[in-house]
Design a binder for this molecule. Sequence first.
Ligand code: AP5
Ligand code: MG
Length: 191
Amino acid sequence: MVNFLIFGPPGSGKGTQSVRLAEKFNLIHLSTGDMLRAEITAGTELGKKMSLIMSKGELVPDEVVIEMIAYKIDNSKGSAGFLFDGFPRTVAQTIALEKMLNVRGMKIDSMLVLDVDHDELVKRLIARAELSGRPDDKDPAVIENRIDVYKEKTEPIINYCREKGIYQPVKGMGTIEDIFKRLADQMKELI
Ligand code: AP5
Ligand code: MG
């Protein structure tokens, strides 16, 4: 199994690229954002509790997403590996993921970080708000907060992974197709 993190700020293209990459390389795409939104849509108790936090652009508690991911890892079979999208989001989540993978004889093999200019992120998310129905896309102040939360709580993971030698920056500006090719070229080296 080869396991990748697809990493980057809100609007950097993690979800867009993950769907294509998972298909190309037979990986299981695990997005904690999608899982949490599915809980909200299904009207579960967890969804109800998390929706306010998400609509403000804050992070949900580490233990909530760690438990979701552990369940998925144990219940997903027959792929070449995992593609984690939007998880981990804190150093604590990263350490938990490493432990989870290690006890199952796996590791994080690569962290692909999409580098996108601030103004482009905002432009993409505002454009998406019309279609996505995501409350966290509707308010420009929430978009800015999501980017700030990324810088403060999520970006420190880059240094953590750089020290482990798995950090791979990827230019995230340009067309979806061009970025896909850049990511796929990096991933091919490991698969
Ligand atoms: P999450 O769902 O992970 O959202 P996010 O990180 O804010 O990122 P997005 O999904 O908005 O962006 P993306 O990078 O996937 O870009 P996309 O491909 O969609 O998290 C949502 C919330 O859930 C969090 O705020 C938090 O509350 C909670 N949460 C989730 N995981 C958590 C965790 N692990 N811990 C704690 N809390 C957690 O692209 C964006 C748009 O741009 C799309 O419309 C797309 O079509 C377009 N686009 C993509 N690429 C291009 C391109 N090259 N050119 C033009 N447009 C493009
Ligand atoms: Mg996403």
